[in-house]
Design a protein around this ligand. Structure first.
Ligand SMILES: [Fe+2]
Length: 246
């Protein structure tokens, strides 16, 4: 267990995010979810990610029927317009899109219809409600996998009920679910409890992917601060799968 003071004294050899190469979680298609409101902010984020060493971004708008009723069509359309803007701005970073699906009844109907956006070899980014876990989480993971998708649970460190019941997290890990940690969790973006759990999950080698979950230019600025903070030294003895998507 690290103390606050000993952590601050750590030094990391990580000087940018080139060791990941690909970011697989963000909200950078303008005005279709709670992410960037327009192209100026989107391009500022993408320029920032490029400057931080990323070569590619797979951006993942929310699919959350009551608030952000995105479909494969709206996301693909938004991606195409964003790619045009990136080209016109002269950025070299590649931009692709998938989605972040809240696990609910709407998601289950999309799963049955097969109308889901994935990345890499059928990776499917899912998130859970923050207050209460789905009762049948293990069954949902099973359904996703039997339909040929590879589930990747976004930011497991942010669900307090998983921290309180590590057996549930372990169970879905054993079922084959992968986990994506938010980089900014490591510097306390979501509070000190989430920060502590994030470090614990990394140390236990539970994390497969790292993501920015960037919603706005301020988040990219914080990623730059994270590099300087030394908090990334914890990542140095672990392997992550982001690079396999380059
Ligand atoms: Fe997200």
């Amino acid at each position: 267990m690290f103390s606050f003071f000993s952590r601050k004294q750590e030094r990391s050899s990580i000087t940018d995010f080139g060791f990941l190469g690909v970011d697989i979680h963000s909200h950078l298609i303008p005005a279709i979810d709670d992410g960037v409101p327009g192209y100026a902010a989107a391009l500022e984020c993408l320029q920032g990610l490029q400057d931080l060493g990323y070569k590619k971004v797979i951006t993942t708008p929310h699919v959350l029927q009551d608030y952000y009723p995105n479909t494969s069509f709206t996301i693909r359309h938004g991606l195409s317009e964003l790619q045009d803007a990136v080209r016109e701005a002269g950025l070299t970073i590649q931009v692709d899109a998938a989605a972040e699906y809240l696990v609910d009844d709407h998601f289950l109907s999309l799963l049955r219809s097969g109308d889901l956006l994935t990345w890499g070899p059928n990776y499917l980014l899912i998130e859970l409600p923050f207050a209460v876990p789905p009762l049948n989480l293990e069954d949902i993971i099973f359904q996703i996998m039997t339909r040929g998708y590879q589930p990747v649970l976004a930011h497991p460190e942010r669900y307090s009920y998983l921290k309180e019941h590590p057996d549930r997290l372990q169970k879905i890990k054993e079922q084959g679910c992968m986990f994506q940690l938010n980089l900014l969790s490591l510097m306390g973006q979501y509070g000190s409890r989430v920060q502590q759990y994030a470090r614990q999950l990394v140390e236990q080698s539970m994390i497969d992917f790292l993501g920015s979950d960037a919603h706005r230019p301020k988040d990219i600025e914080k990623l730059g601060q994270l590099i300087k903070s030394g908090e990334l030294s914890i990542l140095e003895s672990h392997q992550f799968m982001n690079r396999s998507l380059a």
